[in-house]
Design a protein around this ligand. Structure first.
Ligand SMILES: *Cc1c(COP(=O)(O)O)cnc(C)c1O
Length: 413
């Protein structure tokens, strides 16, 4: 019999979202008349921008004519898309990123996991707690950890706690780690990072020869002009950082699938013989071998994000969700809750009232006001006592959900 990758057996059996689903369907079965509003899931709700749809329609026509038909494209993505990204997302912000350093993919989630292909087995890896679960689970699958303890913490990972006490920004570790995952604006806490804060991480990475894996999926939600959008706005980052970006949350591409990863040519890692190797070469080789590129049609849709019409529509979309977030913040505050995030991010991170556990607060909202959120403890042990509400919903649902909370509860009293 074929043997399996035993590391998969160490994974906590996808506990969070199935457990939410189980509790919601049990409640719905007993209360068929309840109009349940889901503010739990991190998926967009608004339709694709017209500019993207028009570009994809035209691309479909291109595919129907043998003179403009496209077969396999470059594994790294089409040059015209990589150039637009380099120009608009990086050079316009003073970052020296070239089109060759940009690799188009079908998602940031896959890239965050796949990047481990080019790193060795014995790296010390740091994640924040709470954290986007993909960073942890992909390391477990790759055999970079031991077993999980009863709190869900894996042996061998370095957990950096984030809470209101440190403004949801992890302290720089006192020990040397090789890989560090950072996500700003943050999922799940909605926290942001200043240039000064990221500079500390870049300095640390340079001193220790570490690589920062920087997830900027929510970059478009930054409204504060002083906050950096890219790690490459930080001096020295081209020697120590890889950045993940996605069209999922800014342009609503969660179901269309397009993202990109920036691997600077100046990044190096150490081979087992002690020699230094360019990480760009390894990622280029990895993508050329295991990936055959994103659909031409979808890349044309992504290109339209950078057209004047596309930019205007995307800014409207982002503002729409940010206004939802602002309503959530304002109304929850009225109800006596303490809220974080939701200003430069589509997530509001709520302190549970009266010392309730994350799951107890989940049940309270579900049973009393028929609202579903995400228990903070599902993102890591240090998320206990917090709760995530997502701004990805219709205005109508957000207003109705907040009305139910403010008219039912007064947590301040
Ligand atoms: C949504 C999200 C992504 C984007 O994933 P895609 O695979 O590009 O849809 C990446 N990182 C985080 C933290 C996210 O929440």
């Amino acid at each position: 019999m074929a043997s399996i990758n035993d590391n998969y057996l160490k994974l906590k059996a996808g506990y969070l979202f199935p457990e939410i689903g189980r509790r919601v369907s049990a409640f719905a079965q007993e209360n068929p008349e309840a109009n349940i509003i889901k503010l739990g899931i991190g998926d967009v709700t608004e339709p694709l921008p017209q500019a993207c749809r028009d570009a994809m329609m035209k691309a479909i026509e291109d595919m129907g004519d043998r003179t403009s038909f496209k077969g396999y494209g470059p594994e790294q993505g089409y040059g015209w898309l990589r150039e637009k990204i380099a120009e608009n997302d990086f050079q316009a912000r003073g970052c020296d990123v070239s089109p060759e350093e940009i690799f188009i993919s079908d998602g940031s989630k896959c890239d965050c996991g796949n990047i481990l292909d080019i790193f060795g087995k014995n790296n010390k890896i740091a994640v924040t707690d709470p954290v986007y679960p993909v960073y942890v689970d992909t390391n477990v699958m790759a055999g970079h950890t031991g077993d999980a303890n009863e709190k869900g913490e894996y042996e061998g990972l370095v957990y950096l706690p984030i809470s209101a006490d440190n403004d949801f920004t992890a302290e720089i570790p006192s020990e040397a780690v090789d890989l560090i995952y950072l996500c700003f604006p943050n999922n799940p806490t909605g926290a942001t990072a200043t240039k000064e804060y990221l500079q500390k991480w870049v300095n640390y990475a340079q001193e220790n020869g570490s690589i920062i894996l920087f997830d900027a999926a929510y970059e478009a939600f930054i409204t504060d002009p002083n906050l950096p959008h890219s790690i490459f706005e930080i001096e020295g980052a081209k020697e120590c950082a890889i950045e993940f970006r996605s069209f999922s949350k800014n342009a609503g591409f969660t179901g269309t699938r397009c993202a990109f990863t920036v691997v600077p040519k100046t990044l190096k890692g150490k081979a087992s013989d002690g020699s230094e190797v360019e990480l760009w070469k390894l990622w280029n080789r990895r993508q050329s071998t295991k990936f055959n590129g994103v659909s031409y049609i979808v890349q044309r849709g992504a290109e339209a994000v950078y057209s004047p019409e596309g930019k205007a529509e995307i800014s409207q979309l982002v503002n729409f969700y940010l206004e939802n977030a602002s309503i959530i913040r304002q109304e929850l505050t009225k109800a006596g809750l303490t809220v974080y995030g939701g200003v430069n991010a589509p997530y509001v991170w709520v302190k549970t009232p009266d010392g309730l556990s994350s799951w107890d607060f989940f049940d309270k909202l579900l049973h009393n006001v028929h609202i579903v959120g995400t228990p903070g403890s599902g993102f890591g042990a240090a998320g206990e006592g917090y709760f995530r509400l997502s701004a990805f919903n219709s205005r109508e649902n957000v207003i109705e959900a907040m009305k139910r909370i403010t008219t039912t509860f007064n947590f301040a009293s």
